[in-house]
Design a binder for this molecule. Sequence first.
Ligand code: HEC
Ligand code: HEC
Length: 203
Amino acid sequence: MNKLWISLVFFLIPGISGIVLAGDFEELTASCESCHGPDGASPYSDVPIIGGQSTKYISDSLESFQIWGRPCVKSAYRSGDTSKPKTDMCKIAGGLSSEDIQKLSEHYSSRPWVAAPQKFDASLAATGAALHLQSCETCHQQGGSAAGVGPKLAGQWAPYLKHALKFVPTGEHAVPSTMERKLADFSAEEIDALLNYYASQQN
Ligand code: HEC
Ligand code: HEC
């Protein structure tokens, strides 16, 4: 009798299940933020900023991790319960439903984009700006500060970007073939100049 009563209450007051879902979402974002920082504004140079990135890029990335379409690099939790074992984005994304992905992408894209406070070399940044305009601007628009076909790059952590680019020539991180060809034409120094340009954009 008691059980029936309880299930009837849940059935008749859908608001209760709504409250539970909101709590679950907060728990989910708290777990993301133990690595990606408050509102996805990562303070860690090896963890990308996701707050303010486009909805489409965030959801595409999570879907890509779900099918191991990007390298699954092990990472430690940075805050909260840091005794939890290391994990990776493929495992994390594997536990998300398509509804979670939709909500997370909308949530983080609505957060402000906070450029990483990082050192850069001004003269390399100037060289990088010219290279960017020539080869990267069509997809990473407004100097990489607007998401176009590709994600925002301006203000992203340079150590993370450098790490991400490593997996392009090996085919482990699929990007448009135009980007792959353009990158292949660049020397290590030119790529370094591009990264200094993105690091220099801190407004
Ligand atoms: C244990 C730390 C950790 C947790 C927890 C975590 N991430 Fe990540 N995330 C990373 C790291 C590190 C990368 C960079 C992966 C790589 O090496 O390419 C990343 C990459 C990403 C990217 C790709 C960003 C880009 O610029 O390409 C997205 C999107 C993302 N995470 C979203 C999330 C969301 C949403 C959650 C919560 C459901 C989450 N992450 C939880 C560490 C974490
Ligand atoms: C034809 C369009 C296009 C061009 C040109 C292009 N990119 Fe990309 N870029 C993309 C797309 C799309 C992605 C996202 C790939 C994915 O789904 O993970 C990307 C991803 C990236 C990433 C990874 C960012 C992250 O947060 O993980 C970096 C770094 C990058 N591009 C740098 C460059 C540079 C430097 C150039 C110029 C040499 C360039 N791109 C030219 C479309 C382009």
